[in-house]
Write a protein that binds this ligand. Structure first.
Ligand code: NAP
Length: 242
């Protein structure tokens, strides 16, 4: 790492969009802290990028665990003394477990435990990560926070079914607005984005977007200039209605 190099933390980065974001940001010579809840999978993913001579370090992180987030914060503080970029990518779609596309769960059948699971990973984790890492961004008055949301959380086009995932993604959009407002006098830009329908374990093989396209908007938001947008929702680098 050199003094000018930016430091980026990416959650849920052992596979899918998170892994691709790590790759694309590392190719821009940003120092990546690739995190995953499963250490073995995360270290394997990290090794793949290191083989390409990319600047990547690994740290184990379960976004549902406050202690795990606190450990990450200490690691970043001791090893790098700063944090410039946070990508809240880790996410689950608990409604989808055991369901088929033609049989998406109804709000009338959804258990509160399913709702709680979605909120813990998709909303409370990102909020705790902001609490942990924003102080390290404030030290240098520089930060870019990207929250991975979804069109399924868009109020303007809200459909039925899958209430746990939908509500958690609407909530992370609200979190984006709240955090952005509280940081409005600083050079810390906080935005939400939908990656499109992407070929990953979550998106499935029928999805329309390949991984590079799915990561593109997140990478763009992570590297915005100081006069870039804040507190907005994007898809394909274009502003998207809430
Ligand atoms: P994915 O392939 O299912 O990957 C999800 C990642 O999140 C995995 O690395 C998973 O780790 C991790 N994760 C889950 N729970 C975690 C926890 N408690 N702590 C840390 N990591 C955890 O999903 P994806 O398609 O890449 O999605 C990435 C983000 O984009 C998600 O927020 C998703 O909601 C959003 N998104 C995706 C699509 C799409 O079409 N794919 C569309 C809209 C939005 P494990 O390997 O350990 O499970």
């Amino acid at each position: 790492m050199n003094d000018q190099q930016r430091i980026a933390v990416i959650t849920g980065a052992n596979r899918g969009i998170g892994f691709e974001i790590c790759k694309q940001l590392a190719q821009k010579n940003i120092q990546i802290i690739l995190t995953s809840r499963d250490q073995e999978k995360g270290m394997e993913a990290c090794a793949q990028l290191k083989k390409q001579d990319l600047p990547v370090r690994y740290y184990q992180l379960d976004v549902r665990e406050a202690a795990s987030i606190n450990d990450l914060k200490k690691f970043v503080e001791v090893e790098f003394g700063r944090c410039d970029v946070l990508i809240n990518n880790a996410g689950i779609f608990p409604d989808a477990q055991g369901a088929s596309d033609s049989n998406w769960p109804s709000v009338f059948d959804t258990k509160i435990e399913t709702m709680e699971k979605a909120m813990a990973t998709n909303v409370y984790g990102p909020m705790l990560l902001c609490q942990a890492l924003v102080p390290l961004m404030k030290k240098h008055n520089y930060g870019r926070i990207v929250n991975l949301s979804s069109g399924m959380g868009q109020l303007a086009d809200m459909g039925g079914h899958c209430p746990a995932y939908r509500l958690s993604k609407t909530a992370i959009n609200a979190l984006t607005r709240i955090v952005s407002e509280e940081l409005s006098d600083l050079n810390i830009l906080v935005n939400s984005m939908c990656p499109g329908w992407v070929k990953t374990d979550m998106g499935g093989s029928e999805a329309t977007h390949e991984l590079p396209e799915g990561a593109d908007t997140a990478v763009w938001l992570a590297t915005l200039p100081d006069d870039g947008p804040r507190g907005k929702f994007f898809r394909d680098r274009k502003e998207f209605e809430w």
